[in-house]
Structure formats: structure tokens, C-alpha cells
Design a protein around this ligand. Structure first.
Ligand code: GUN
Length: 285
């Protein structure tokens, strides 16, 4: 296998984190801090939160975890978010999604101060991205752009196809690519003739949550394939939305699962937290 084709997100992520660590080591006053809120006991969310906390520790960000029961009411969660908004020693707030059904995640996200919104999910931040005036950008799509920018010199005239239109990945991903000048098509799992559309993509981003859905006859020769899917297989191993072994000979570049997009999400979260810290420091002056 030609490993030059593999876009190693883990390496990029480690590089970003080590640069940030140097910057934080040099801070002699209060260190940056991130409040991480987890409601309930969803096993996947527990893993994500653990990884986010570990990255904070690695670079010297203080992470403060708030573990709430799955029966937490919306008002209780909103009160916690307001308390964190008003706490000058907290720079970033992350409420892990999904939330239990009694809580409206839109209301919670809208309550987080936009300049503490390390996820970039608040409508002010999402709106700024839509207007090509990015502030805090959603971590996964921004991490994908970091990877793509290492191999794409110009997006003009490039057809980017995204499978998936979630608020967390698909939509902001489309906006990021649009802002770079790509021609963007957003599909979902019910799109008619999906494989014939993906087969015209110079850049294909799969974020649909269907294990190994994209096969070699779905893609264009020498295209760039970004796999955002993380699916647990019956043998316990992870796979993406792309059938990696089936497509590898045809691609120009591809991100693996694991070790592709996943580590980038965390690196951008840390980057966003540091930016929120600097903003908070300016406000407090
Ligand atoms: N759930 C899945 N991905 C994410 C993410 O990037 N941020 C938050 N807060 N929740 C998530």
C-alpha cells in the first residue's frame, strides 16, 4: 500500500498540540481553562470527553468536568451554563452532545456565551461562518480543512461533495469549503443516485454514520477522500463510512479511521479554547 496517500491526522494533531503546549507553558499568569459538561452515561460520549480532558492535560489547559445525571432538567443545565458564563476563570464551555430527550440542545447552545463557545455551535458563531467571517468554528470541519489545506493549493473549480448535513459536521463542512471557493454539493443517505454524484467529487467528505458505505465505484479517480465516520463493528474494531481497502488504489489521498479526522477534532477544540482564553483576557483588562 502506498502510505503517502494516507493523511495522518494523528501526526497533524500532535504537531498542533505541541505548538500550543509551548505557548501555554510560556503563560506566567492564570492558565487557560475549559469546562466540560457531560449529561448522562452515553458510552461514546464518555470516551470523547475522556479524550478531550486528556488533551487539555497534555497541553496545560485546566479542564473542569461537570458530570450530571441523565435525569438533569433543562433548567438545571441552563443554570450551570449561566454560572460558567459568569465565571471569569472559565474561558471555554463544552456541553457534550447528544443531550437526553428532556433537554433541548438548541436552547442550551444558545445560552453559552459566543466567546466561550469552543465548539462553534452557537448561532452567532455558525452565522459568522455562513457569512465567511469565521470566529469560533466547529471542530471537526475545521480540522478537516486543516488536513485538506496541506494537500490542496486551490479550491476554485473543485467539486466537493459532502454526505451528511448535521449541524455538527455536514453543514459547517459545506460552509468551510464554500468559503474556500469550492463548488459544494450536500447529500444525505436518501439522496437519489448518490453514487453517481459522489463519483464526480474531487473532494468527498463522508459523515453519514454508515459503515463502509462508500465503495470504489462511488468515487472519482485520484480524488481526495475524507472519512468522518466512526462506526463500531461487530468484532469491536472501528471503521469509517468509506470502505478503505476497496478505494485505496483509486484515491489521491484518504484519511484513515481511526487516526484521521478524529484526532483533529480534539486539536481544534484545544486551539479554540486557547483563542477563547486570549479573548477573555482582553475583555477582563
Ligand atoms: N458530540 C459529537 N461531536 C461533538 C462535538 O464536537 N462537540 C460536542 N460538544 N458534542 C459532540
Amino acid at each position: 500500500m502506498n502510505t503517502d496517500k494516507i493523511l495522518n491526522g494523528k501526526n497533524f494533531s500532535e504537531q498542533i498540540l505541541s505548538e500550543i503546549k509551548l505557548e501555554i507553558d510560556a503563560i506566567t499568569t492564570r492558565k487557560p481553562s475549559l469546562a466540560v459538561v457531560l449529561v448522562g452515561e452515553d458510552p461514546a460520549s464518555q470516551v470523547y470527553v475522556r479524550n478531550k480532558k486528556a488533551a487539555c492535560t497534555k497541553v496545560g489547559i485546566i479542564s473542569i468536568e461537570h458530570l450530571l445525571s441523565k435525569n438533569t432538567t433543562q433548567d438545571e443545565l441552563l443554570n450551570l451554563v449561566r454560572r460558567l458564563n459568569n465565571d471569569n476563570t472559565i474561558d471555554g464551555i463544552l456541553v457534550q452532545l447528544p443531550l437526553p430527550p428532556q433537554i433541548d440542545s438548541k436552547v442550551v447552545i444558545d445560552t453559552i456565551l459566543p466567546n466561550k463557545d469552543v465548539d462553534g455551535f452557537h448561532r452567532y458563531n455558525m452565522g459568522s461562518l455562513a457569512l465567511n467571517d469565521p470566529k469560533s468554528c466547529p471542530c471537526t470541519p475545521n480540522g478537516v480543512m486543516y488536513i485538506l489545506d496541506t494537500v490542496v493549493s486551490s479550491y476554485h473549480g473543485k467539486h466537493a461533495v459532502i454526505i451528511g448535513s448535521s449541524n455538527i459536521v455536514g453543514r459547517p463542512m459545506a460552509l468551510e469549503l464554500l468559503n474556500r471557493g469550492a463548488t459544494v454539493t450536500i447529500c444525505n443517505s436518501k439522496t437519489k443516485n448518490l453514487a453517481s454524484i459522489t463519483a464526480t467529487a474531487d473532494i468527498l467528505v463522508a459523515a453519514v454514520g454508515r459503515p463502509k458505505m462508500v465503495k470504489s465505484n462511488w468515487i472519482k479517480q485520484n480524488s481526495i477522500i475524507i472519512d468522518v465516520g466512526i462506526n463500531r463493528q461487530s468484532d469491536g474494531t472501528l471503521c469509517g463510512d468509506i470502505d478503505f481497502n476497496d478505494v485505496i488504489d483509486k484515491v489521491e489521498y484518504i484519511t484513515p479511521v481511526p487516526g484521521g479526522v478524529g484526532p483533529m477534532t480534539i486539536a481544534i477544540l484545544i486551539k479554540n479554547t486557547l483563542r477563547c482564553y486570549h479573548q477573555n483576557q482582553r475583555i477582563l483588562k
